[in-house]
Design a protein around this ligand. Structure first.
Ligand SMILES: Nc1nc2c(ncn2[C@@H]2O[C@H](COP(=O)(O)OP(=O)(O)OP(=O)(O)O)[C@@H](O)[C@H]2O)c(=O)[nH]1
Ligand SMILES: [Mg+2]
Length: 671
């Protein structure tokens, strides 16, 4: 199945492409979590992030919608708001987009406004609708979530509402697509030159405060135009929430949900992973059969196929993770998890507003750091930025998966536990660092969290599938660019300069090995080992290895760790290249984890015993190994000092914790 996949970074490019005829601007406004972005995605065929969580959209997003051949509408999706008063940054930005005061945004003032209203909560939505109508622009009101309203037995008198509001009203469902085709003609009419601007509906309230007046007006209009049958779902939701947000049961439930998620990933990914692995194995075998033995064959099979393939085999796990995580987000459960986590966040000095950025960081720290712009207090924002890279991002997943497969092959539950443990360690470290900063360099009390608990909703499988494809595509793109280039570099540096025959003889003599006593295979293995040690990478590895020796890393792992400061996944491709070299392409295919699990040091002991594997895992959970994140930290904090501080504290923390973990595992009696 092919799905339209759009990189969010390419939004602006898309927005200026293919704009035939005249272009008009329509701005989407409405309360948080009413489905503005879902509607925007449906009309523009884009893939902007949606989730059952108030405050999903943080940045404005622009996309093109073509209701007719000659008309292109530039749709602007904005963060959700509760009013247009300008009391929060989102409210100010929304107002500016509507009136065209937004300086330097490159977007003309709105020609029309599309107010998105929640059919299941008309009263609250109508307050913003009224404020939008007061702006005097041609307006269309879309009553979204019609499918949910129908299930809840809510009936809305659309024509009554339209006549009271003085603008067209249409019932839609961004999920099912119902009513969407009515929007085209209405928006076309609203953006034509002779379209009438709206006039604010008459307010019949006798209250004097304009706020109370507005709310009373919204309440009475909602009551007048909608009827709701009594439903049992509110009671059901309350009962579930009592447990999901319980101080003791809540955290246990959260851990249980995450553990199930990770175990599921391992279990489901097993088969596609094995398939990918054998495809790469077959490809290497095929290369071996058509290319003559030599450096070129080695570059293709030991460098490219081992390097890129070693990383790409983790694609199923990444896609399944994002598929299930999106379902979980859409269900509304994650907001309950926020309530649970917020209790601890407050104690350690992290603002509740940091939860969405911390959650976003599980995909990538870069958008997460950028999304901290919603945190107005500078201290709160700095603490959040400093700890965000401790959250497990998708670049770490191949490393975790490699170690989990090495320690627990074919044991999905234990592998899941290890994964959950690694995620948990990142979170605990973030909280501990935030607390330390609160007690030392960044004292203060964070602003409290005011959270709108969204209703539980049936998640959309299509949406989850789209997100899984989106993340999978980003992963493939990285593997095809960054990892590919680095794999070639690693291969070249571990192949050249080549060892001469004399050097080999000298090495044999230095190690007191008599070649005549060994069989052909053993001589070949030694030639490979000495050759790698003689190469540029071998020399670098040997030079840096003493630094990593206390963590149990051999020189090859040390090189992998150093290389992964460019991008974390590189450690997987480096180990795949270094430990795969010299394998005959015709040999029986060995998976990366079996190869690593059986790798031995010159003294015959295992390279990756349990203690070293755990130490490597802990190092990758906590280390700052991402240059682009550092650049974003520098930009967002306005100072290189914070970026340097982040790098320094994370490196020290990763090293110390990995050392401690290794010794703890050894002390517990595991080798
Ligand atoms: N059943 C159903 N779910 C919907 C519909 N529209 C949106 N949703 C779901 O409602 C949730 C919120 O959707 P979003 O599009 O992120 O809402 P938003 O208004 O952009 O939210 P913010 O960006 O937080 O302001 C998501 O889980 C959507 O899948 C709909 O018509 N029917
Ligand atoms: Mg949105």
């Amino acid at each position: 199945m092919s799905l339209p996949i759009v990189d969010p970074k390419e939004t602006s490019r898309i927005s200026t492409q293919n704009e035939p005829g005249s272009i008009k601007t329509v701005v989407l406004v409405g309360n948080p979590n009413v489905g503005k972005t879902s509607l925007f995605n449906r009309l523009t065929h884009m893939l902007a992030k949606t989730s059952n969580f108030a405050g999903t959209t943080i940045e404005r997003r622009v996309g093109m919608y073509h209701p007719t051949k000659n008309l292109s509408l530039r749709l602007v999706d904005l963060p959700g708001i509760y009013s247009l008063d300008g009391k929060t940054r989102e409210e100010t930005v929304s107002r500016e987009y509507l009136t065209g005061e937004q300086a330097g945004a490159n977007i003309p003032p709105a020609d029309a406004v599309l107010v998105v209203v929640d059919a299941t909560n008309l009263e609250r939505s109508l307050f913003v609708a009224r404020q939008a109508l007061e702006l005097g622009k041609p307006t269309v009101v879309a009553i979204n979530l019609a499918d949910v309203a129908e299930k809840q037995g809510i009936q809305i008198d659309h024509s009554g509402l339209a006549s009271k509001l003085g603008c067209p009203v249409v019932s839609v469902s961004a999920r099912t697509g119902a009513g969407i085709d009515q929007l085209g003609p209405l928006l076309t009419a609203a953006t034509t030159t002779d379209a009438q601007g709206s006039t604010a509906p008459e307010c019949t309230s006798c209250l004097t405060c304009p706020y109370a007046q507005g709310h009373q007006w919204a309440a009475s209009l909602a009551a007048e135009t909608s009827t709701r049958k009594m439903i049992a779902s509110a009671e059901w939701t309350d009962r579930v929430d009592r447990w999901a947000t319980h101080p003791m049961v809540g955290p246990l439930a959260f851990f249980g949900v995450m553990l199930t998620l990770f175990a599921l990933i391992f279990w489901l990914a097993q088969f596609p992973m094995e398939m990918l692995d054998s495809i790469f194995g077959l490809a290497a075998g095929w290369v071996g059969s058509i290319l003559p033995e030599g450096d070129f064959q080695s570059l293709i099979s030991d460098g490219l196929i081992a390097g890129v393939g070693g990383v790409v085999i983790f694609l199923p796990q990444i896609m399944i993770l994002f598929f299930v995580l999106t379902l979980l987000e859409d269900s509304g459960y994650l907001s309950r998890a926020v309530v649970v986590v917020d209790r601890w966040m407050r104690h350690v000095g992290l603002p509740g507003q940091a939860f969405v950025p911390l959650l976003t960081a599980h995909a990538c720290a870069i958008p997460a750091i950028m999304s901290t712009r919603v945190i107005e207090n500078r201290r709160d924002r700095l603490v959040s930025i400093m700890v965000i890279p401790l959250m497990t991002c998708s670049a770490r997943l191949p490393v975790y998966a490699m170690i989990a497969a090495m320690l627990f092959p074919n044991q999905a539950l234990y592998a899941g536990l290890l994964f959950a443990g690694a995620y948990f360690l990142g979170m605990v470290a973030a909280f501990a660092v935030a607390l330390l900063m609160k007690l030392t360099i960044l004292p203060g009390k964070p602003a409290p969290l005011i959270l709108d608990l969204p209703p539980y909703r049936m998640p959309s499988f299509l949406n989850a599938l789209q997100h899984a494809f989106d993340r999978g595509w980003a992963f493939i793109r990285d593997a095809g660019t960054v990892i590919l280039v680095l794999s070639i570099a690693i291969w070249a540096m571990s192949t050249y300069p080549k060892m001469s025959e004399e050097t080999f003889e000298t090495q044999l003599a230095a190690n007191q090995v008599v070649a005549a006593d060994l069989d052909e295979d053993a001589v070949e293995r030694l030639e490979m080992q000495y050759g790698q040690e003689h190469s540029a990478l071998g020399r670098i590895g040997k030079a840096v290895q003493p630094v990593f020796a206390p963590l149990g890393f051999d020189w090859k792992t040390s090189v992998g760790v150093m290389a992964s400061f460019a991008a974390r996944e590189v450690v997987v491709s480096t180990l795949s290249i270094m430990y795969g070299m010299g394998d005959d392409p015709g040999d029986e295919i060995e998976t990366l984890h079996t190869r690593l699990k059986t790798a031995t040091r010159p003294d015959g002991s295992l390279v990756f015993d349990t203690a070293t594997s755990i130490s490597l895992l802990v190092f990758f959970v906590l280390a700052m190994q991402c240059l682009p994140t550092q650049a974003v930290t520098m930009k967002e904090t306005g100072s290189w000092k914070w970026a340097f501080f982040q790098f320094a504290y994370m490196s020290v923390l990763a090293y110390t914790a990995a050392f401690a973990a290794r010794h703890l595992v050894l002390a517990l009696g595991f080798a």
